[in-house]
Design a protein. Structure first.
Length: 289
């Protein structure tokens, strides 16, 4: 009888594992962690979330919003994506992250828009981002453009320059995870950009080089990722204000999953934040909706 009971219990173990949902697994991953974690993913027209009741600082993820707004403005005007853009010397802040600054330390240069977008999104260049925001009509115009495409549950009031001047203002650019996942879905399926404008943004997101140990490290063979990361700063008590990754994962069969993982006020440290984002992403890929 004891052998029968043991055999029955062992036989039931795989069933229990299969029955666990992605939401339950993610809740177990984030439970008890010294961080606030928000997750959202959309697949096959269905959405699931964990911790979506709060808004999280976007950090550089908002460069995606700015890119969409600038591209939609250009699309309406019929402005080619290879148009030359004049960047004035005063737009090239010296004390910020900017690979573009290394090429043009004195400012006052011209650059093709598609190259400027690559610096802003794929390389997360702060100076390039603020030029993109200027081309979109300002940060308020970026927010208005997002609302015009049906995006909700976000707030955008800050530029890279204003956040550099007062880092705590970075909390003002915030969003729910589901709102971010919805933006990526709209980029691929919502028709908010068409033709060369859509192609340019998708190529740029696919070329993102930041965060190789986050979502990108969760991909299996034949999968592809187009995404944008966002990294906060560390407070005096060791709290990291934000650590984010969001994007579109294309599976080998062509299906896509739109994912946003936003980590707020974390005491885990950058390596553990990345590991958590990676594990959450792998769970979403493995379990689906």
């Amino acid at each position: 009888m004891r052998l029968l009971v043991l055999a029955t219990a062992v036989a039931l173990l795989p069933c229990a594992a299969v029955a666990q949902t992605a939401v339950e697994k993610i809740e177990s991953l984030v439970g008890g962690k010294p961080a606030e974690v928000g997750v959202a993913w959309i697949a096959g027209g269905k959405a699931a979330t964990v911790g979506n009741g709060a808004e999280y600082p976007l950090m550089s993820v908002f460069k995606t919003h700015a890119a969409v707004a600038a591209l939609r403005r250009m699309q309406r005007a019929g402005t080619p994506t290879d148009t030359l853009i004049r960047v004035e010397a005063e737009e090239m802040a010296k004390d910020t992250y900017s690979p573009l600054l290394k090429l043009h330390p004195e400012g006052g240069f011209t650059i093709r828009f598609d190259s400027l977008l690559h610096y802003s999104v794929a390389l997360s260049d702060n100076n390039a981002c603020d030029v993109i925001i200027r081309l979109a009509g300002g940060i308020q115009a970026v927010g208005q453009e997002m609302r015009s495409i049906g995006l909700a549950d976000f707030n955008l009031t800050e530029t890279e320059a204003s956040m550099k001047a007062d880092p705590m203002r970075s909390y003002n650019n915030r969003s729910t995870p589901l709102s971010v996942a919805c933006l990526f879905m709209k980029i691929y399926e919502g028709g908010i950009l068409t033709g060369g404008y859509a192609d340019l943004l998708k190529r740029t997101l696919a070329a993102t080089s930041t965060g190789p140990d986050k979502m990108a490290a969760a991909l299996g063979p034949g999968m592809a990722l187009a995404h944008k990361t966002g990294t906060g700063f560390t407070l005096d008590d060791g709290t990291m204000t934000a650590d984010n990754d969001a994007g579109a994962i294309t599976l080998p069969d062509g299906r896509r999953i739109y994912v946003a993982v936003l980590v707020k006020d974390s005491k885990l440290g950058p390596a553990e934040n990345a590991r958590l984002i990676r594990e959450i992403t792998k769970t979403i890929i493995d379990f689906g909706i």
